[in-house]
Ligand binder design. Structure first.
Ligand SMILES: [Zn+2]
Length: 158
């Protein structure tokens, strides 16, 4: 039998996965368009398009839906950290996250502020991203060779 606090932590982790699960399930087919080899990162599932060398010069982008993080290429650490903030936000807001995000942008727009960077969800993620950008260079490397330090996520390398 597991320790009560361990059991409580496992239950909490399960509930954090369950609450945004409808969105996570919807996102998996989208993720498969980017990569057929997803990897776990704590509670997140990452679909990264494989690196294409110098042929691929388009701007890198990434987005999160539920526990699924989708990226146009291997993510530098600061982008991964940004997206993990959104995973935690999904764990709090569950299926209401997209609506909350849109309302956050609309409120910023009505106040004549930038709808992306002044959206409270993005502002939180951008603050974490900025902190990681300022951290030592070894933490700014692509996440495949390093371990994550914040948000309670740990990298699961195969
Ligand atoms: Zn974001």
């Amino acid at each position: 039998m597991s320790h009560p606090s361990t059991a409580r932590a496992e239950l909490l982790s399960f509930l954090k996965c369950l609450w945004p699960a409808p969105l996570t399930i919807l996102a998996i087919p989208i993720g498969l368009l980017y990569s057929l080899r997803p990897r776990r990162y704590g509670r997140a599932i990452i679909f990264e398009r494989p690196h294409r060398g110098s042929i691929c010069r388009r701007k890198m982008y990434a987005f999160t839906i539920g526990h699924v993080i989708i990226a146009s290429g291997p993510m530098p650490r600061f982008i991964l950290e940004h997206e993990l903030v959104h995973v935690v936000q999904y764990e709090h807001w569950g299926p209401f996250y997209p609506l909350g995000w849109v309302i956050g942008s609309l409120v910023a727009l009505v106040r004549f502020r930038k709808p992306y960077s002044r959206n409270p969800f993005e502002a939180e993620a951008l603050a974490v991203e900025a902190r990681v950008r300022l951290s030592p260079p070894e933490l700014a490397q692509p996440c495949s060779s390093a371990r994550l330090l914040s948000n309670g996520f740990e990298e699961h390398t195969p």
